[in-house]
Design a protein. Structure first.
Lengths: 286, 269
């Protein structure tokens, strides 16, 4: 189920002194089954961009096609689009409201008017997917730790069984361990047949997970490509206030000291392998 | 639903003479003007007031459509009062629909009521359009301060207003975000009967309340951490000072009021 954006622009509060062009002529084509990363500094239009993909926002100009359907067309069933394209907002645990965890996760499936047995199946599956113990289902979501609450919110979207899952800054505000756990959870989603779109300003998160990265800057697509392609263009990234992943930075500095390391190292594992290989060759330091 | 448009409230940022006036001047001027609106007995009086009002609007450089937007909510009120006044005032009939007669006195009364309402709302919106909420509360606090010995908690009232105003945009943004998030899970806020719609708001209200309490708690802690102990002995970052323009404004206002009273006394209007 591909998502196509062509020449999409979005203006907040047009015609007032607060007018703000959040997206400016953005064209993207997101094919099925890929893991995409969208990065960019604060205010670069990332969140605005992803809200177009499930029809929460409609472009001021340009076109958004979800599975061939124009989301701005009159009479389009937005509920159906939102079922297909799940969006997990920033700090999704702030949107929990259910008396119990079960009730909260069931909110989405019930809005789809599924029968109670199907709702039940989806809730239990979603809880399992995010690693929540089934015994928690009757607890209140408000007593949970930050990381656990976020899993509940994530399950609430997964229970819609979307084919595209968009995660907006899913690790914001989590401690390093919670972050690591959540990222390894997200890593399993493409295996479930979902297209995953990860919005982040953390290069490290995106580098280790995404097949394709879009860099946003001032509402425009600044560059896009595979992580190793992008992180080779370090100077350009740094000029808009983004860095490269720590492993790429390390490899870059070693290379400048004369280590024979490949270009395009983006993850820690790749860096470790490359450095070991280089040492095996005798650690040719000049 | 576009809550974004509400976010900024009424204020229209600018740097006109009217924007730069001391908020106290503006508040007092509008109070006096509102009383003056009820003085004239004829059209010349209203013409003077309307001229003053239009002049202030022009000086403020606020686009006319922002002023007119403020009038939209009272349109219905004007229509209803006009109908009531026109039909129910006894007097000389002008024309009639069935057994209902529109009287000359009725038409006059309707027109007067409409003009009063429009002028009142225009000056009131001019105040909120040209004065930032912070300055507005500052001005109110200063004006209420003389009443402190009488038990009016001027500082606390102003603080409450400031906090409330400060958090309106935050809360509308929060509500907007929550509504989007629930809409992303298939919530529908725009269809169904009233009961269903009301029930549909639960997933918005609960997180909104939770967030408000969390914010209130954080704010209280942050204020205490910075040594807030109430209004006593507290100084201001921006002291309000009356400028020449303020005195000129008040003098002009006095002239307008004098003219209106003069017209009334001489029986011209």
């Amino acid at each position: 189920m591909p998502i196509t954006l062509s020449h999409v622009s979005y203006v907040y509060q047009p015609g007032t002194p607060f007018e703000w062009r959040a997206l400016d002529d953005v064209s993207l084509e997101i094919p099925d089954g890929q893991f995409w990363g969208i990065i960019g500094p604060t205010g670069s239009g990332k969140s605005t961009l992803v809200q177009h993909m499930n029809g929460l926002l409609k472009p001021t100009s340009g076109e958004v096609l979800v599975d061939g359907v124009n989301i701005a067309q009159r009479g389009v069933d937005l509920k159906q689009i939102r079922q297909k394209v799940g969006l997990v907002f920033q700090y999704p645990e702030h949107q929990l409201f259910g008396e119990t965890i079960y009730e909260d996760i069931a909110f989405g499936p019930r809005n789809l008017r599924l029968d109670p047995r199907e709702v039940d199946r989806r809730v239990m599956r979603a809880m399992e997917l995010v690693g929540l113990d089934p015994s928690l289902k009757d607890r209140s979501p408000f007593g949970l730790s930050g990381g656990q609450a976020r899993r509940v919110a994530l399950a609430g979207v997964l229970a819609m069984e979307p084919r595209v899952l968009i995660l907006d800054e899913p690790t914001a505000g989590l401690d390093p361990r919670g972050r690591e756990e959540l990222l390894s959870l997200i890593r399993t989603f493409p295996g479930l047949g979902m297209t995953v779109i990860l919005v982040s300003h953390s290069m490290d998160d995106v580098a280790s997970l995404a097949d394709h990265v879009v860099v946003m800057h001032r509402g425009k697509v600044y560059m896009q490509g595979s992580p190793s392609e992008l992180f080779r263009r370090k100077a350009e990234l740094e000029s808009i206030g983004l860095g490269v992943p720590a492993a790429a930075e390390l490899a870059d500095r070693l290379r400048r000291c004369g280590w024979p390391l490949d270009e395009g190292i983006v993850t820690l594992d790749q860096a470790v392998d490359a450095i070991l290989a280089a040492l095996g060759k005798g650690g040719t330091r000049k | 639903m576009n809550l974004q448009a509400l976010t900024i409230g009424q204020y229209y940022p600018g740097d006109s003479v009217v924007h730069r006036l001391d908020p106290r001047t503006k508040i007092i001027a509008i109070l006096i003007f509102s009383i003056a609106i009820f003085l004239p007995k004829g059209w010349p009086g209203y013409a003077v007031l309307a001229a003053a009002c239009v002049a202030s609007v022009l000086l403020s450089q606020v686009p006319l459509r922002f002023i007119l937007r403020g009038l939209r909510p009272i349109l219905l009120l004007i229509v209803i009062t006009t109908l009531f006044n026109a039909f129910l005032t006894p007097g000389e009939p002008v024309f009639s629909i069935g057994s209902w007669a529109v009287t000359r006195e009725g038409l006059r009364l309707s027109a007067v009521a409409a003009v009063r309402l429009v002028l009142l709302v225009m000056v009131a919106s001019l105040l909120t359009l040209t004065t930032s909420p912070i300055l507005l509360t500052d001005g109110l606090e200063q004006l209420l301060r003389p009443l402190t010995p009488l038990g009016v908690p001027a500082h606390e009232l102003a603080l409450m207003m400031t906090i409330a105003l400060r958090f309106i945009p935050t809360l509308t943004e929060e509500a907007d975000r929550i509504m989007r998030a629930q809409a992303a899970r298939g919530a529908d806020f725009h269809s169904g009967n009233l009961l269903n719609r009301a029930r549909g708001l639960i997933p918005v209200m609960v997180p909104l309340f939770v967030a408000s309490f969390r914010r209130a708690d954080e704010l209280a802690t942050a204020m205490e951490a910075r040594g807030y102990r109430g209004g006593k002995g507290r100084t201001k970052l921006r002291e309000l000072r009356m400028q020449t323009a303020d005195y000129i404004t008040l003098a002009l206002l006095a002239l307008v009021v004098a003219a209106v009273i003069g017209l009334r006394v001489t029986g011209l209007g």
